[in-house]
Structure formats: C-alpha cells, structure tokens
Design a protein around this ligand. Structure first.
Ligand SMILES: [Zn+2]
Length: 311
C-alpha cells in the first residue's frame, strides 16, 4: 500500500490496517499467537519504549513476542493495529494487570509518556503509536452502552468496534477534529498567546470543530471569536493525528481583511503580527521580545515554517 510521507510527527503510520480481515475471529486467533505477532505494551496510556543509550540514535517501540505477554492475554484488552512486512502489530493494555506484570524481563525498556518521547522516535514509530494510543484509550473508556444502563459493550473486530447486544448499537473509535490556523495579512502572520502558555510562548490559533461546521466555517468562527478578524479565504495545508486522546489537527492558513485585532482576552491574552524577518529571528533565538513558539512536533510550528518558506 502506498503511503504519502509527511514531515508531520504522528502522520507516518506505515501499517496496513487490513480492515477487511481484522474482524475474522479464526484468522485473529491464529495470527495473535503466531511467530509473526508483535505486541506494543501500554500501561496507563504510556507505551513501552526501548530507550536509546547512544546519543544521536533513535529510541524504538519495544515489540514483544507472544511468549512474553501470553499470561496477560486473557485479562488484558488486545487491539489489532495492522500488518507490515508480514509482521502483525497488536497493542496490549496491561494497566489493570500492572501488579502482575514483570517489566524486569524487558531490559532497557520503560513506559514513557508519548508526548515527551515522540521526538526521539522514528516517524514510522510515532505514526504507529498515534494509532495504538488512541485505540487503547478508546477501548479503555468505552465499557458500557450509553443508552442501556449497565449493559456491557462487547468488543469486536479485534478492538476496532464495540457492540451493545441489548440495543444493537455499534460504536466506532472517534476522532475529534481541531482547526489550527495562522491568520495572514500583508506579508505578516499573527501569533497569539493563551494565559496558560509558558511565559513568552506564542502560537497559531486553534479550536474544536463544532457539529454542522465545515473546516472553513470553523476557521472563520474561531478567528473572529479569538482575535476579532474577518477571514476571507482558508487554505488547507496538512493534518496531524494527535493521540491525546484522539484528535485530528487540521492546519490552515487564513487570510484576513485587515490587521485590526480585537482580542477575546479570556482566550488570547496577547497577539503579535510578525514579518518573515521577525519569525526568522525567533528561529535563531534572537527575538527582541524573547518570543518562542511550540516545538517541531506541533502542527503550529510546521504551519509557521510553511509560511516562512511560502513567499
Ligand atoms: Zn445498548
């Protein structure tokens, strides 16, 4: 299967999800215990990582064989993720089994928060973990049917679907879309800062898409609400799966009618218009106001880079 490589962290999942066969219980039974099966182990939302000791070399997802997780298979949620080069990838959530789980056998491995390790992993590993982490969390929180009290959902399709046997409701993993946009006017872009940001950090604007909205509608609404500017065109740039817990960041440029901002200070306490020269100074650490922006793994960072090179 062809994949379009992206510079965006979490966006390069190389697995073939095999959606036509993953629900076949007989196939799964054989696949799960075969020598081709590999398990990504999660504890409390954190993946088990083989930590690199060599400076400059990448840490990796620890891929456990069936034998190392066999005794936990029955008690833990198993999720089929997909296949690559005949290897079948599964996620196993050992959170509830943690006291019986012996991490000592996995030498040099640690459960690490994905946000803090992502930049030390390969693009493919972050892509696989974006899928695995969101799926593990979706499975962990969707236990009962929301229509029938006390009716436990049944997991099917190897963790990709849940069914209520009482009312026949089918549940699928959800993804929450978020628009992230860079307002642009007259060769300048606008960055804003929320009160909760660390001191002097500025970023693109962002907000959740609401039901019944297009991406364009959401960009227009959010820019108007947060900084009082009228958007006249929206240019989609790229998306990023963001597995905290399961969002899709939709990065856009938004051209606005003028530069007269009117901030909603509950959302944005300060905003600045920056030229490409100003942005360049930020990248080399020479911003006169010591402004800095989110790290490269954030889609906001990539939007700013895109604008810088897009003349
Ligand atoms: Zn139900």
């Amino acid at each position: 299967m062809n994949k379009i490589m992206s510079k965006i962290v979490f966006a390069n999942n190389p697995l073939d999800r095999m959606s036509s066969i993953r629900g076949d219980e007989e196939w799964q039974k054989t696949s799960m215990s075969s020598s081709d099966a590999r398990y990504i182990i999660f504890d409390s939302g954190k993946p088990l990582i083989q930590v690199s000791k060599e400076p400059g070399s990448k840490s990796e997802i620890y891929l456990s064989k069936f034998e190392s997780v066999t005794k936990h298979i029955k008690a833990c949620q198993i999720i089929f993720l997909g296949e690559m080069k005949n290897i079948k990838y599964y996620a196993i959530d050992i959170t509830k089994e943690r006291s019986h789980f012996d991490i000592e056998i996995f030498i040099g491995c640690k459960f690490i928060d994905l946000r803090s390790i992502a930049q030390s992993l390969s693009p493919e590993d972050t892509g696989i973990l974006a899928q695995a982490k969101s799926m593990v969390e979706w499975n962990a929180v969707n236990i009962f049917c929301s229509r029938c009290e006390n009716s436990k959902l049944r997991t099917v399709d190897a963790g990709s679907k849940k069914v209520c046997d009482k009312c026949k409701t089918e549940l699928f993993p959800r993804v929450d879309p978020v628009v992230i946009m860079l307002p642009i006017f007259n060769e300048k872009c606008l960055l804003g800062r929320q009160k909760i940001f660390p001191p002097r950090m500025y970023s693109a604007l962002a907000g959740f898409l609401e039901p019944g909205e297009t991406i364009e509608d959401a960009v227009v609404r959010e820019v108007k609400e947060e900084v009082g500017l009228n958007v006249n065109s929206v240019e989609y740039k790229f998306t990023q799966p963001w597995p905290f817990s399961s969002q899709l960041m939709i990065g856009c440029f938004s051209n606005v009618d003028d530069d007269k901002t009117n901030l909603d200070e509950d959302e944005i306490e300060h905003a600045v218009w920056l030229s490409r020269e100003d942005v360049n100074r930020i990248f080399v650490g020479k911003s006169p106001d010591r402004i800095w922006i989110p790290p490269a793994m954030a889609v906001a960072h990539q939007l700013i880079v895109e604008w810088l090179h897009n003349k």
